[in-house]
Design a protein around this ligand. Structure first.
Ligand code: NA7
Length: 847
């Protein structure tokens, strides 16, 4: 056995260079690195094809960790070409002096876990073996080319090139008949670059792509310097942006805009170039097929404007997949290339390529002759580069067996069963939709912190648990299913570009802010979801989120939402009112207002007498309004065929306890006496509230019992019950998601205003709960008030009150007001509907 190291790093791209620097220079570890290529650069070492360039601006597609590196390099183009990016990475490698950590031209062939010694055994293709406590894979996601499906390439008598292993010496295409197979990002870059060089260029296209302008241009000297000097302000906010670049936020949903507004916004971002067309136009294009079609048709129109021959234009217009369901490519003069007389487009969807022949390409309908064939047919993404490391984990577990049904991982960083193996930008990481250098730095930093922790604690094994991996997999899949991405056909996004490969979620599509927040939470709770020396820490709340709730939280983070407890009173009130934008609109109906007590009465167009719901809005007793409750009350009235009275109450701290409970009880008493005038049945009143409003509803139910007001039911939607409750959920969800213990305490404090805690504030303190109206208690898994609400439901049941308890997994406090973005809120309405219907029956039976 050869040498032993603390860490073996594999790969010398963006990830490998930074990982070596971080582990060796910052953690002081003994690091050996391997790279199959002859030098540093990763993707940018291999992909030397004509026209190769990045499609995030170079000022963003570069490292951010070092002030010196950011200041020291000036980019000559907005989107640098491959030679400049490679030169940059070589310059960085020299600056960090990391080359000496690498053995180049050395491929790792097997990586085997030795459980007894708690270390990895790494074999390389030069016959050497070494061992390491940790392996950090920096092999990249798109680093293994797809195997060509057509036979005969070895028989071709001309020159055959693959874009992903392009020769280092110049390739002269002048005067030659050239074929390009593939029209993904790579094919498009090659085609537009060589169109003017080749004598004849024939493009074999199977699926047309939605290419949009890149917007590349040279950067003059003064601007270059300015960019280097002002990197901090240029990059500010990048990490809080969904895709890791500080582009404009979108202008709301496309479906809410007029055709003219849509055109104006699409034009604006079409001209500004790159991913802006996707992320700065409209918020729904990636989520809603109908919205997506507006942008898809816009791009098709632009293609038809640019390509002169209508038949060729038609062939270039994608119609079988939504925009951005495949990785969107960007172009510079791509479509104009097809106006050149010597550029030909061949549709190999209708007549597939059958073989490469000694003289060219044969499709099912025709043979073509070429001097040069260029294969731009894509990559076996994410899984193949790791499989090629020959990984065997605990008990000889082979990675190919583990991944037989598709990749599994936790955060994309670890794979259960493979202790001490860390992956930078692995399958199910955020990298596919997150500016690569920043995604890379985030992952390397996370891994370095994990290593530091393991070393400090003398932890022999650090690994993801199977349960955490499953939860993460569910979240990745759930989020992806909310987007149009699964509607792509043949995309590497879904693993579908490789025949026989498992169709799965290969990446986390929740965006950078959410991914970063989840990683931060995992660290904060002591590596939740990981097992250190086989002792596992619980999976943190954010990993257990309902996918839609996760996405909503991600977009709040991207909009710079501060934790609620850091907001002042006016800001909390503004946030509460802003929740209205997250609600589904309520149906139109007759609404009456009364002033004493102040209330809105929602009256559906049904024959009465109707059941009655008295509703109290949420907002922590300090915020919220009848406006906030408007859409929910309309929906409750419509779905339940009920008169809904939405009752105003005075807010703290201006009006502390008992103002709110007095107001809400007064409203209930008024309803009992007067609701028949509005078509309501005073014998069928259900008192209902959300959050603090649910606390008020519970108290109102007690006061109603004591005052002899008959209630048919009480619906408590995640009620806070007692500020002094000491429950597991208060601890577990103290930091959210969304609603924190600190804001909860502030709200209770403001409401009570120093008053003594009695049953009129904390209903569980009532001397007796017997004789209360039947209750429906809705609780949320990821809510700090969950346990006190469930305990209250238990106490009601013990007192003989009929109780239904319904807990919703994956949801956090406040979601009742987020129905437009969290579809499962409809389950809460359904539960309420069933309960209210039962209340009717009870009363009917009693009558
Ligand atoms: P892509 O995006 O996977 O594109 C590969 C292209 O090759 C695509 O047009 C494929 O058509 C085509 N292809 C693959 N196999 C065949 C066969 N058998 N016949 C005809 N055409 C075929 O890879 P790229 O290298 O362009 O881009 C990869 C990433 O690099 C890119 O997303 C950026 O992140 C950077 P299909 O669509 O499958 O019909």
């Amino acid at each position: 056995m050869g040498s032993h190291y603390d860490v073996v790093v594999v790969g010398a791209g963006f990830a490998g260079l930074y990982a070596v620097h971080k582990m060796r220079d910052e953690l002081g570890l003994d690091v050996q690195a391997f790279e199959a290529a002859g030098g540093v650069g990763g993707t940018w070492w291999w992909n030397r094809y004509p026209g190769a360039r990045c499609d995030f601006e170079s000022i963003h597609y570069s490292y951010s960790f070092s002030e010196e590196i950011q200041r020291g390099w000036e980019w000559s183009e907005r989107f640098a070409g491959q030679p400049e990016i490679l030169a940059y990475l070589e310059w960085v490698a020299d600056k960090l002096d990391v080359r000496r950590a690498f053995r180049f031209n050395t491929r790792v062939t097997s990586t085997t876990w030795d459980d007894k010694a708690a270390r990895w055994i790494i074999c390389t293709d030069d016959g050497a073996t070494c061992t390491a406590r940790f392996v950090v894979s920096c092999v990249g996601g798109l680093s293994v080319a797809k195997e060509p499906e057509f036979p005969g390439s070895e028989t071709f008598r001309g020159e055959l090139y693959r874009t992903s292993s392009w020769p280092h010496e110049p390739v002269d295409l002048t005067g030659k008949r050239v074929a390009v197979i593939g029209t993904g990002s790579t094919g498009i870059q090659v085609i537009q670059e060589i169109a003017n060089e080749a004598a004849e260029l024939t493009v074999f296209q199977r699926t047309p792509n939605f290419a949009a302008p890149l917007g590349n241009e040279p950067v003059d000297l003064a601007q270059r310097r300015w960019n280097a000097e002002h990197h901090a302000e240029l990059r500010a906010g990048s990490r809080q942006h969904m895709i890791g670049v500080p582009y404009d936020p979108p202008s709301g949903p496309a479906l809410a805009a007029t055709p003219d507004e849509r055109r104006r916004i699409f034009d604006k971002y079409w001209d500004r170039g790159g991913f802006r067309l996707l992320v700065s136009t409209f918020s729904d294009v990636i989520f809603n097929q109908q919205a997506n079609e507006t942008i898809a048709e816009y791009i098709r129109e632009r293609i038809r404007e640019r390509v002169k021959d209508p038949a060729t234009a038609a062939l270039l217009c994608p119609t079988d997949h939504p925009y951005a369901s495949k990785r969107p490519p960007f172009e510079t003069g791509y479509y104009e290339a097809y106006n050149l007389p010597h550029v030909h487009l061949v549709d190999v969807r209708s007549a597939p390529i059958e073989a490469i022949t000694p003289t060219g390409v044969r499709t099912s309908s025709k043979s073509y002759e070429f001097d040069v064939i260029i294969l731009a047919t894509g990559f076996d993404v994410f899984t193949r580069p790791l499989l090629n490391l020959g990984l065997r984990g605990r008990d000889g577990l082979k990675l190919e067996d583990r991944w037989a049904n598709g990749p599994t991982s936790y955060l994309g960083v670890q794979i259960a069963g493979f202790p001490n193996l860390f992956v930078i930008n692995g399958p199910k990481s955020a990298v596919a939709l997150y500016n690569v250098p920043l995604a890379t730095e985030d992952n390397v930093n996370f891994v370095a912190a994990a290593l530091a922790r393991a070393i400090a604690d003398k932890t022999a094994t650090f690994e993801a648990t199977y349960e955490a991996e499953e939860a993460w997999g569910r979240l990745c899949e759930g989020i992806l299913n909310l987007t149009v991405i699964p509607h792509s056909k043949g995309s590497w996004y879904m693993g579908e570009n490789i025949p026989g490969k498992a169709r799965a979620a290969y990446f986390f599509a929740g965006g950078a802010p959410l991914y970063r927040a989840i990683c931060a939470e995992i660290v904060h709770v002591g590596y939740g979801g990981f097992a250190l020396d086989r002792v596992s820490a619980p999976i943190p709340p954010m990993v257990r989120l309902d996918p839609a709730a996760a996405l909503l939280l991600g977009s709040m983070l991207a909009r710079g939402m501060k934790p609620l407890d850091e907001l002042n009173l006016d800001e909390v009130r503004a946030v509460a009112e802003s929740l209205r934008k997250l609600q589904l609109p309520g149906p139109a109906m007759r609404v009456e207002t009364v002033e004493a007590p102040r209330a809105r009465i929602y009256i559906p167009d049904r024959a009465g007498p109707l059941p009655v719901i008295v509703f109290y809005h949420g907002g922590g007793w300090i915020s919220g309004s009848l406006d906030l409750a408007d859409a929910p009350c309309r929906r409750l009235a419509d779905e339940n065929g009920a008169i809904v009275v939405s009752a105003h109450y005075r807010l703290a701290p201006e009006h502390s306890f008992p103002a709110a409970t007095d107001d809400t009880f007064a409203a209930l008493s008024w309803v009992w006496k007067h609701v028949s005038a509005y078509g309501g049945d005073p014998g069928r009143i259900v008192v209902m509230g959300e959050s603090a409003g649910a606390n008020l509803a519970a108290v109102a139910a007690i006061r109603a019992r004591d005052a002899g007001i008959p209630l048919a039911g009480q619906v408590l939607i995640y009620p806070p019950i007692d500020p002094e409750a000491s429950t597991a959920s208060r601890t577990e969800f103290a930091d959210g998601p969304f609603f924190t213990r600190a804001i909860g305490e502030k709200m209770w404090g403001a409401y009570l205003g120093g008053a003594e805690l009695t049953e009129l504030a904390a209903p569980s303190r009532a001397s007796s709960l017997a004789g209360l109206a039947p209750a429906l208690v809705l609780t949320l898994e990821l809510d700090m008030s969950r346990d006190e609400a469930e305990d209250y439901a238990g106490a009601l049941a013990s007192a003989g009150v009929p109780v239904r308890l319904h807990r919703f997994d994956g949801l956090f406090h406040g979601v009742f007001n987020m129905s437009a973005f969290i579809p499962r809120v409809r389950e809460m309405y359904a539960s309420i509907g069933e309960f209210v219907a039962t209340c009717k029956e009870q009363i009917t039976e009693a009558a």
